[in-house]
Design a binder for this molecule. Structure first.
Ligand code: ADP
Length: 405
């Protein structure tokens, strides 16, 4: 029998799900329940090329997951408990506790709860998703896969902020990093494409989606990453500022009387591309830029320059680099961005092939010139597939003989 995994991603007011074939990694069906708790919710279920949509109030996460199960019953495929190998959950913050995916039990729930102060927007929703799924699928092993886990290999000098000891010791202030599931998948895929063993591959990976981050990979493991305690640090994102002078907070407070909540909201929701160009969608920024819109041109330049700076910093951190890898919606689809971020770096051994870079394709590929010392790759990420694979690995590790006898 093949392995099938239901992957759940519970956000603040939404539940995304997909059912994957653990063998091929192919999604059998996927969907989402949005606007949970609001007057009217939206349910979407896609299967065999057809999308079914429904609008109705969804009271809470339990209602959301029940609605998803109903959608499977109505539109297929079947997801009875005995047809699932595991439920895989995306959990944003695993602190410095989880460096691996883990089976969900009471202790894990307590630990994720204990980490809520580090991810007040995400962990409570993730926790709710875990609890509801345990109630609805009590006989299926549930596995938590943490966004932070992949970065637990960072050395102390990379994850330590130069701040007072009490902050570091008592309040767990340090760099954690995110997008770990994506980096785990992309690192393996990139090594494959390069024909190298993962343990012998050094990369700078740029995950550029709505959220965006960069990671330095040495011998297949994360040694530095641009997101920090929270997913605000680092690159310019759709609506998040990324790096800035930490004194800006105090300055705004003194000058405008802004509250911490005001400043947080502005930096998370009203900054990044949105703050610079008035739109958070990179495609739209690119179109406006091409039409000569000055704000969009500046937004593109600030975004690309930040990416370029991180490539340089991580190249130096690694010393030896085999490839720069682009993933995420922007990384996969914007040749303009890749060219702006890496142009003129021939002396560093990075040479794009303009023809390969401009060609659009859905699969992982090389876009550097023949003979470029450092390869440049585009690798579509597969976060759901990776959660499914990691969930299966955990279940197999715990019950290695099951299904063989
Ligand atoms: P998420 O982080 O939510 O998973 P994605 O990885 O899908 O998001 O990335 C979304 C971003 O990718 C958006 O800013 C979108 O504009 C951008 N994007 C998608 N397609 C293109 C394209 N063809 N050209 C430029 N940007 C694109």
């Amino acid at each position: 029998m093949t392995d099938r995994v239901l992957v759940l991603n519970a956000g603040s007011s939404s539940l995304k799900y997909s059912l994957l074939d653990g063998g091929s990694g192919a999604p059998e069906a996927s969907g989402s329940v949005e606007r949970i708790g609001e007057d009217s919710g939206i349910l979407t279920h896609s299967v065999r090329g057809q999308t079914h949509t429904e609008e109705r109030r969804v009271a809470d996460f339990e209602d959301a997951l029940r609605s998803a199960v109903e959608a499977f019953e109505r539109h297929g495929p079947e997801i009875g408990q005995d047809t699932l190998t595991a439920v895989g959950h995306r959990v944003v913050h695993g602190g410095d506790i989880f460096s691996e995916p883990a089976l969900v039990d009471d202790r894990l729930l307590d630990t994720v709860e204990d980490l809520v102060p580090l991810a007040p927007l995400h962990n409570p929703a993730n926790l709710e998703g875990l609890r509801v799924a345990l109630r609805l699928f009590p006989q299926v092993p549930q596995v938590a896969v943490f966004d932070t886990a992949f970065h637990q290999t960072m050395p102390e000098h990379a994850y330590t902020y130069a701040v007072p000891l009490a902050w570091r010791d008592e309040h767990r202030i340090r760099r954690y990093g995110f997008h770990g599931t994506s980096y785990a998948f992309v690192t393996r895929r990139a090594a494959e494409l390069l024909g190298r063993a993962v343990e012998d591959t050094n990369l700078v990976v740029l995950h550029l989606g709505n959220g965006a981050s960069a990671t330095a990979i040495r011998r297949g493991r994360s040694v530095d990453t641009s997101m920090g305690l929270t997913p605000l640090e680092g690159l310019v994102m759709g609506t998040r500022s990324g790096d800035l002078d930490p004194a800006i907070h105090g300055h705004l407070h003194r000058e405008l009387g802004s509250s911490v909540a005001d400043i947080d909201r502005a930096l998370y929701r009203e900054s990044g591309l949105l703050g610079l160009a008035g739109v958070n969608d990179f495609r739209e920024v690119t179109q406006r830029r091409a039409a000569g819109d000055a704000a969009a041109m500046l937004a593109f330049d600030v975004y690309a320059y930040r990416v370029r700076k991180y490539v340089g910093a991580y190249y130096a951190a690694l010393g030896e680099l085999h490839a720069v890898v682009f993933t995420g919606g922007v990384g996969q689809h914007s040749p303009e961005l890749r060219a702006a971020a890496l142009g003129g770096l021939e002396r560093l051994g990075i040479v794009l092939d303009p023809g390969l870079n401009d060609a659009q394709a859905p699969h992982a590929r090389v876009v550097s010139a023949d003979g470029s010392d450092v390869s440049v790759l585009v690798v579509p990420t597969d976060e759901e597939g990776e959660i499914a694979r990691q969930a299966i690995a955990v279940v197999r590790r715990l019950a290695p003989d099951e299904g063989q006898g």
